[in-house]
Write a protein that binds this ligand. Structure first.
Ligand code: HEC
Ligand code: HEC
Ligand code: HEC
Ligand code: HEC
Ligand code: HEC
Ligand code: HEC
Ligand code: HEC
Ligand code: HEC
Ligand code: HEC
Ligand code: HEC
Length: 290
């Protein structure tokens, strides 16, 4: 909390966006700027809608839980020094949309909000690509423009539409939220995707497949884990498999089964009728039985 306030004071004392160099807060310029505190209360005289909207919403309430003064100072924390604007109110002399630095001036102190996907940082996906300002009721929690399915899907259309395929979780109806499997903040470089390499995001729910098994099926234990054989978002193949038929999936790796598995005989084509414990077995090395 102390760190938040210190940072905030730093912001207040630094020159505003349009007045760098010329008119720091130290110079005695005429008008009201010197004396008028740059608080929400001051702004409310002309921007009542934004002030009351913020105060009643989750962001304002969260700030007020920290302290009333944090809330009072929040307008300029996001919009920058408003001295020039208070002196001569116009939209040209104040920043409308805050940059990442404004958010981080408070949030770096209160938790880990770094982006777990470097691709988002590289792709210029900023805080406000996903989060709302808090002036109006946000689309979803926590302070999100929309629920993650629509929010993430607005940029990742391919993945969103895959979750609506008939061979997807819940048969494509009421799909899981993207954030069931992905985390945007924290939890490692790629969020829970990294865990997924070991089955992580999947075995949170499919706990029965978590193992360890006495006789694991090797691909379960290495590199790609679940996504070696399954498409995570949805597929045109049953069981969300990467291949249309199970045998072609198996034969991709098991290329030399020999005469014991005569593939001209239909009986041998349906691999999982015999190798039932395809994810690993505690009883049988050939995966006949779980
Ligand atoms: C005396 C009235 C007055 C006060 C006090 C005032 N503003 Fe404004 N503000 C305006 C006017 C007028 C505009 C321009 C509105 C327009 O052109 O649509 C404006 C526009 C803005 C904009 C939008 C800029 C844009 O590019 O669209 C922001 C952000 C803003 N004010 C923030 C603040 C903040 C923060 C405070 C308090 C520190 C504040 N204002 C205090 C009158 C005021
Ligand atoms: C978390 C950052 C943040 C805080 C805090 C914040 N604003 Fe804003 N404000 C924005 C963003 C972003 C916009 C652009 C429109 C939007 O997304 O709502 C905006 C837009 C505005 C506008 C332009 C009108 C509009 O709705 O587009 C005004 C005026 C304004 N803010 C005033 C204020 C005042 C007064 C406060 C203090 C209660 C404040 N803002 C606090 C982020 C913030
Ligand atoms: C004046 C300080 C301040 C600024 C600036 C600020 N925040 Fe916050 N915000 C807080 C506080 C305090 C909380 C509540 C504690 C927490 O979650 O860290 C909060 C909470 C949040 C939450 C969680 C809300 C919930 O419902 O749980 C989100 C999301 C958020 N802020 C995003 C942003 C974004 C994005 C920006 C920049 C556009 C921003 N904040 C700018 C102080 C600030
Ligand atoms: C790609 C979209 C996206 C971007 C970009 C993003 N966030 Fe978030 N943020 C989320 C989602 C989704 C959640 C909810 C996480 C959850 O529920 O697992 C969240 C949660 C939060 C929270 C709530 C507290 C917490 O850690 O759970 C805060 C605060 C926050 N974000 C701040 C920020 C700030 C500051 C930035 C910019 C540095 C930012 N976010 C950028 C999507 C995003
Ligand atoms: C404003 C657009 C935008 C939004 C909203 C957005 N993303 Fe992204 N995302 C990108 C861009 C751009 C990239 C990097 C380019 C690419 O690989 O497509 C990316 C990359 C990714 C990656 C690949 C990660 C990597 O490091 O390779 C994942 C996973 C991802 N996003 C998940 C999400 C999730 C989950 C959400 C919602 C919480 C979300 N995105 C919201 C634009 C967005
Ligand atoms: C059931 C878990 C799950 C859900 C739900 C989920 N994802 Fe994924 N997603 C994954 C896994 C696992 C990967 C890694 C795939 C790989 O490594 O081959 C991934 C990869 C991605 C990537 C990287 C590119 C790619 O396709 O490999 C993006 C972008 C992405 N997901 C976006 C989304 C979006 C947007 C949503 C919501 C509409 C979503 N995901 C829902 C598990 C999920
Ligand atoms: C949020 C919990 C959850 C997560 C995370 C999850 N699943 Fe599922 N999964 C389920 C549930 C519940 C079902 C059963 C029915 C349904 O909803 O489709 C299921 C069913 C399945 C099915 C069978 C579909 C069918 O046609 O019978 C496959 C395959 C599957 N999941 C693979 C995965 C993979 C791979 C991952 C990780 C990328 C994953 N799941 C992550 C909850 C989850
Ligand atoms: C070697 C390939 C392969 C790997 C790796 C794999 N699966 Fe499967 N999975 C299959 C096949 C094949 C089926 C279909 C079995 C059938 O229908 O007879 C299946 C079926 C499923 C089902 C449907 C219910 C069931 O048990 O039959 C779920 C759920 C599932 N897999 C989840 C997962 C999860 C979670 C992981 C990672 C921990 C994973 N799978 C890894 C090949 C694989
Ligand atoms: C990504 C490659 C891959 C895929 C796909 C795959 N497997 Fe395997 N499987 C392996 C590897 C590697 C081993 C370990 C081989 C060894 O130890 O000699 C193995 C082991 C086995 C074993 C035990 C063999 C033994 O000698 O104990 C059986 C049975 C088996 N797989 C059946 C299947 C079936 C059925 C499928 C299709 C559902 C399948 N596999 C898909 C790579 C794969
Ligand atoms: C009718 C039951 C049956 C079906 C169907 C079947 N297998 Fe087998 N599989 C066996 C038996 C029995 C063994 C043990 C053979 C032995 O020990 O000589 C075996 C052994 C294996 C082995 C261990 C290596 C080896 O050659 O001994 C692999 C790998 C394997 N099967 C993969 C597959 C694949 C892939 C499919 C589908 C294309 C499949 N099986 C279909 C019964 C079956």
């Amino acid at each position: 909390m102390r760190a938040v306030i210190t940072l905030l004071l730093g912001l207040l004392l630094s020159p505003g966006p349009r007045e760098q160099g010329e008119r720091g807060t130290g110079t005695s310029s005429p008008g009201i700027a010197e004396e008028t505190p740059q608080t929400a209360e001051t702004c409310a005289a002309c921007h009542e809608e934004q002030v009351t909207g913020t105060a009643a919403g989750p962001h304002g309430l969260a700030m007020k839980r920290s302290s009333e003064s944090l809330f009072q100072n929040s307008c300029v924390a996001c919009h920058g020094n408003a001295a020039a604007h208070l002196e001569s109110p116009a939209k040209e002399n104040i920043r409308r949309v805050p940059g990442v630095a404004a958010c981080v001036s408070c949030h770096a102190a209160s938790g880990n909000v770094s982006l777990s996907s470097p691709a988002h940082a590289r792709g210029q996906v900023a805080c406000l690509s996903c989060h709302a300002s808090g002036h109006k009721k946000p689309g979803s929690t926590p302070l999100l423009i929309a629920g993650s399915h629509d929010l993430c899907g607005s940029c990742h259309m391919e993945q969103k539409s895959a979750t609506l395929l008939p061979y997807a979780h819940r048969d494509g109806r009421r799909p899981f939220e993207c954030k069931n499997c992905h985390s945007v903040h924290g939890k490692g470089r790629q969020g829970r995707l990294l865990d997924a390499r070991n089955g992580g995001a999947c075995i949170d729910c499919h706990t029965d497949l978590a193992g360890p098994f006495v006789f694991p099926h090797a691909p379960r234990e290495t590199g790609g884990a679940c996504v070696t054989c399954h498409v995570p978002h949805g597929s045109t193949n049953p069981r969300m498999l990467t291949r249309r038929s199970i045998s072609s999936l198996c034969l991709e790796c098991h290329t030399s089964l020999g005469s014991s598995h005569d593939q001209t005989k239909p009986r041998y084509r349906n691999c999982t009728t015999c190798h039932i414990a395809i994810h690993g077995s505690n009883h049988d090395p050939k995966l006949f039985d779980e």
